[in-house]
Design a protein around this ligand. Structure first.
Ligand code: NAP
Length: 305
């Protein structure tokens, strides 16, 4: 299958390229400011995806069987700071991809976020009403609505949780950010009252490849890991995996700092609607941690410990 992939240089996009290659697919990967892992891609193309005309030309040049959208401005603070620009990537881009998928009769896999929920429910189900609490989440929800308005019969949206994994730059995922602050000499506060259901990017990518290969799973689904844990517990498990001292992470509460008081308390998901239909299954945290390596930029610091 020929697949056009946006965000090929990112945490999830690079994992998708690996997984799709293993399954024998031919992936054309679009990146922008960072390099994409060319060994997993049939072709790499550099493109600013806010240029929708250039995107259309590239897509029509390749006539893909599937389009996978992993490009995003995924940092909530960047969306708050520059809502107009981030909307171009987070909403206008998926809208355009939906139109292109419909035109080509191609499958579209679009990526959204757990953040569309406000974190007040004990568990979110497929039909739970979203209630986006910040600009990033509003953009993600708007993208879902537009994609499924424009290309309902071609599109699957996956709402993903906190992702862990090894990114190409070694700077984007949870453990990579923790290493950055530890290497800078900053023990990190993590919340004991903020619960997430993390997922390894490679596991989400395997599910996405299956969704490209299937034609019967359109609509919006959540995907995550098996277990919901506090950020503090997740951080401690990461320390243990790398044999680092517990003191590098301090227990904190969201209310300790007014900047974080608004963050969602608990984002936990019923995965059965998709897990019951896929071969790929949600992973426990131990299996996810087994895949993590010391990020390249922080190896000198790690080996000096
Ligand atoms: N990471 C998480 O914990 C998490 C959680 C839930 C949902 N998600 C969602 O998962 C998806 C993938 O996230 P990620 O963590 O892989 O993000 P990421 O590592 O930050 O990657 C973002 C990708 O988007 C590309 N991009 C951004 N602006 C672009 C532009 N103007 N033109 C072309 N490419 C552009 C980047 O390209 P360059 O780097 O080459 O510029 C990069 O490849 C996103 O939809 C995100 O919202 C992520």
């Amino acid at each position: 299958m020929k697949i056009l992939l946006t965000g090929a240089s990112g945490l999830l996009g690079s994992a998708f390229a690996r997984s799709a290659k293993r399954r024998g697919h031919q992936v054309i990967g679009i990146h922008h400011q960072n390099p994409a892992p060319s060994s997993d891609l049939a072709q790499t193309r550099t493109l600013d995806l806010t240029d929708l005309n250039a995107l259309e030309a590239l897509t029509l040049e390749h006539f893909p069987d599937a389009i996978v959208n992993c490009a995003a401005i995924s940092e909530p603070s960047a969306c708050e700071a520059k809502p107009t620009h981030s909307r171009l990537v987070n909403v206008a881009l998926p809208e355009k991809l939906a139109l292109l998928a419909r035109h080509l009769f191609a499958t579209l896999i679009h990526i959204s976020s757990e953040q569309v929920f406000d974190g007040t429910a004990h568990i979110y189900h497929r039909d739970s009403p979203p209630s986006p609490p910040n600009e990033y989440a509003r953009q993600k929800l708007d993208s879902e609505l537009r994609v499924h308005e424009l290309a309902a019969e071609f599109a699957t949206t996956l709402r993903l949780p906190l992702l862990i994994g090894n990114s190409p730059t070694g700077t984007r995922s949870l453990h990579e950010r923790l290493f950055a602050s530890w290497a800078a000499g900053q023990p990190t506060p993590l919340f004991t009252d903020e619960y997430r259901q993390p997922c390894l990017a490679d596991n989400a990518a395997d599910a996405m490849v299956e969704l490209c290969e299937r034609n019967d799973l359109k609509g919006v689904y959540s995907w995550a890991g098996q277990k919901t844990l506090s950020r503090y517990e997740i951080g401690q498990r990461i320390l243990k995996h790398f044999g680092l001292p517990e003191t590098l992470i301090q227990a904190a509460q969201r209310g300790d700092d007014p900047r974080f008081a608004h963050r969602q308390a608990r984002l936990s998901f019923d995965l059965a609607p998709l897990a019951s239909k896929l071969k790929t299954q949600p992973q426990g945290l131990s299996d996810q941690l087994d895949a993590l390596i010391v990020p390249k930029p922080y190896r000198p610091w790690y080996h000096s410990q």
